[in-house]
Design a protein around this ligand. Structure first.
Ligand code: NCD
Length: 300
């Protein structure tokens, strides 16, 4: 079984059960003598570090392969052959790829489970899981939430993965704040979520900032557009905007940050993105790998 989409999670109970493993998992030898291969053609900081630390915390080893001039891709080898080679050497593969459908495609060639570490502008399931886990840890629930998602909703694969998980629970209201040309694609309008769209961030914050449980900021995914968007006006959580947020609202960001959250906000107790969200990523990934090595499957 591969982990390519959060849509593979069948119920809120299955999600709770993963959270329970993440709550209790700490360093162990569950991955002793096991190897994790990371294969990627896109930049990665957090996903790579976090999988590496998760695997090593479980006593396992990690091999990193960048699909660039340093691999045989440079000599004309296909990605399929590269994956087959990696699969013969390791027990599980994390793959990140810039091309839509590539990870699904490669999973058919792999003799070991593949975990998507983020594919093009489609999905990033483990980030979605750690985001859901963070929301749960911050608020104590995954239902009856007011969540504002801000930015490039068209290309934010982390939001695409997270929305499905939120749809497993009842009465969640999602405020979508994006420029008109970066709206959330229709396929992510999951049933059971109530969506409200606005392109004006400040106006939305003024109206409902005090009611929000979670504010989820994202960067503009410049690399996914052919035009130069360097000077594009973009949303920013600065001093003015943060005044409209309630005291209990947690601010999340999958990172990397560009300009969408002022660095002055980092020390605010509501800022969950560096300290808490990143830590949660390690435990969710340890839980997935731990499940795989003990039960033979990522989820119960
Ligand atoms: C995100 C990604 O790569 O999709 N970051 C991450 O994995 N933590 C978000 C982004 O690139 O903007």
């Amino acid at each position: 079984m591969h982990l390519l989409s959060t849509r593979q999670i069948e119920s809120s109970e299955q999600l709770d059960s993963l959270f329970n493993v993440a709550n209790s998992i700490r360093c162990s030898n569950l991955a002793k003598n096991k190897f994790l291969g990371i294969v990627k053609d896109e930049a990665s900081t957090r996903t790579r570090i976090s999988f590496e630390v998760a695997m090593k915390s479980l006593g396992g080893e990690v091999i990193l392969l960048d699909l660039d001039n340093s691999s045989s891709i440079f000599k004309g080898e296909t990605v399929e052959d590269t994956i087959m080679t990696m699969a013969e050497n390791v027990d599980v593969i994390v793959m990140r790829h810039s091309q839509k459908g590539m990870i699904h495609h490669c999973s058919k060639f792999s003799s070991v489970p593949i975990i998507s570490g983020g594919e093009s502008d489609t999905e990033h399931p483990t980030q979605g899981l750690l985001d859901a886990y963070t929301i749960y840890k911050e608020t104590g629930r995954l239902d009856n939430l007011n969540i504002m998602m801000v930015g490039d909703l068209k290309c934010s694969r982390t939001i695409h993965s997270l929305l499905y998980l939120l749809s497993l629970h009842k009465h969640n209201i999602i405020y979508l704040i994006s420029p008109e040309d970066m709206k959330l694609p229709e396929e992510y309008f999951f049933n059971d979520l109530h969506f409200i769209h606005n392109s004006d961030f400040l106006e939305s914050l003024t109206n409902i900032g005090k009611k929000l449980d979670i504010l989820y900021m994202t960067r503009l995914q410049k690399e996914r557009y052919s035009e130069n968007l360097d000077n594009n006006p973009y949303y920013c959580l600065g001093e003015k905007e943060s005044q409209y947020l309630g005291e209990a609202c947690s601010v999340l960001h999958p990172l990397p940050r560009n300009k969408e959250i002022s660095t002055n906000f980092d020390k605010d107790p509501r800022a969950a993105y560096f300290k808490r969200q990143i830590k949660n990523g390690k435990y969710i990934r340890m839980a997935l790998l731990g499940n795989l090595f003990t039960k033979g499957t990522f989820l119960n």
